[in-house]
Design a protein around this ligand. Structure first.
Ligand SMILES: Nc1ncnc2c1ncn2[C@@H]1O[C@H](COP(=O)(O)OP(=O)(O)OP(=O)(O)O)[C@@H](O)[C@H]1O
Ligand SMILES: [Mg+2]
Length: 401
């Protein structure tokens, strides 16, 4: 983030919004990042822009300032809210403070009054959220990996991400299947911008610069879509991927990363920087063999046991391999055995409606339980970057390196 205090103005009167914006335009360390005309817009824009401060009019048509304040202080607790009211609305101010506002201004107010209130509230919030030099808490980042293609990585990533978002967790899905990513299709989103646009257009991958490139799903989930064409994927360097993922962890509780099959550079980058790994497999011998092989590699790269979970998807009672036979032979614990449900999976894919949104079937239930399991688990303390990429190169090329 830049050093400027990023402010959103919410007021139904255009003239008031303009006046406030003009007053703030003289301040070097304050930047107006958006203007909202009602409470609903204020909530939506806050989710997208993550301002440091919202100037919120109490009385607005539709969703009023009080309700908007309540919603924002739950969804974006790091954003401070300053209420604005006219004389005579003071009785609401108590309610506003209870709803989560940090301060209030009575209209009409002078420029320095406004600026001081913003700076004071912002500084207090900074102190509160990162006491004495402690770095801000970062979100959890889960990489969804598989040795073989078509085992259900994207199905799992999308549904897990949607489930977390619906639980009110601030979640972003990053589609790192840079050639054939289908996160957007599965969510019925026609992305205006993708990760290749981001990589091409932005020089500094700060959270603030990345946010405009995210698409928003009706579940509340954000998506950084894969390139629209395979050749565009080539233009996303893995350094950029690393910087983007690192920045996203600052603004989201969960970063869910879908990957292309195997140890691609992007997948390795994500494992390197992430906190957890979900290895997806199916219950057939060739896939299990490759899952096992990749787990050996992952194991030798120093991943801790509790950071890696295995998910078996498309499990069928017809398989002659039982979960018990398989689980015993794996170096990492199995977090879920998800059943086959051709109909539900097909319908979900064709409608762009993730299973967990409508389905009460076993597959949706299984993913729901997996979400709970993951969400209950403590965030793993990320003990700094692991040398996955270099380690893998060493393994694949042991002589000389
Ligand atoms: N549990 C399931 N039961 C039935 N069908 C499933 C199940 N999970 C996924 N599928 C279907 O399997 C196909 C592949 O799933 P998906 O695209 O999620 O796999 P993937 O691992 O992301 O593939 P790729 O390696 O190509 O990215 C899709 O048609 C999906 O609808
Ligand atoms: Mg996929």
């Amino acid at each position: 983030m830049t050093d400027k205090i990023r402010v959103l103005i919410a007021d139904d009167v255009e003239e008031t919004r303009e006046t406030i914006a003009r007053l703030l335009s003289f301040e070097e360390d304050i930047q107006v990042v958006g203007m909202a005309a009602d409470g609903q817009e204020a909530v939506t824009m806050t989710r997208r822009l993550l301002p440091d401060c919202v100037l919120m009019d109490i009385n607005m048509p539709g969703l009023d300032g009080l309700t908007a304040t309540q919603l924002i202080s739950v969804e974006a607790p790091q954003t401070v809210i300053i209420m604005m009211s006219v004389q005579g609305e003071q009785e609401y101010l108590r309610k506003a403070m209870l709803a989560g506002a940090r301060d209030y201004l009575v209209k009409p107010f002078a420029g320095d009054e406004l600026v001081n209130a913003i700076k004071r509230a912002y500084t207090l919030e900074q102190r509160r959220s990162s006491p004495a030099g402690q770095p801000k808490a970062k979100g959890r980042m889960l990489t969804i990996f598989s040795a073989k293609g078509g085992v259900g990585k994207s199905t799992l990533s999308v549904n897990l991400a949607v489930s977390l978002a619906r639980k009110g967790r601030r979640t972003v899905l990053v589609d790192l299947d840079l050639q054939f990513g289908d996160g957007a299709v599965m969510l019925d989103i026609n992305p205006a911008r993708t990760i290749s646009d981001l990589a091409a257009e932005v020089r500094e991958f700060s959270l603030e610069n990345i946010l405009p490139y995210l698409e928003e799903h009706k579940s509340g989930l954000f998506l950084l879509a894969a390139p629209l064409r395979p050749e565009e994927g080539e233009r996303v360097p893995s350094e950029a991927v690393g910087q983007i993922l690192t920045a996203l962890r600052e603004g989201f509780e969960y970063v869910i990363v879908d990957t292309a099959q195997g140890f691609t550079e992007a997948a390795l980058k994500s494992m390197d920087l992430g906190t957890e790994l979900l290895v997806v497999s199916t219950l057939d011998l060739p896939t299990i063999k490759n899952t096992r092989l990749s787990m050996d590699i992952i194991d030798s790269l120093g991943y801790e046991w509790d950071g890696v979970r295995v998910v078996f998807n498309r499990c069928s009672p017809d398989s002659d391999l039982t979960p018990q036979m398989v689980a015993e032979k794996l170096p990492f614990p199995v977090a879920a055995w998800l059943p086959t449900d051709e109909r539900a999976a097909l319908r979900a894919a064709n409608r762009g409606e993730p299973l967990v949104l409508g389905g009460k079937g076993k597959l949706a239930q299984g993913i729901g339980q997996l979400t709970e399991l993951i969400d209950r688990g403590e965030a793993r303390e990320n003990a700094g970057p692991r040398p996955v990429l270099s380690g893998l190169k060493r393994l694949l090329n042991p002589v000389g390196g």
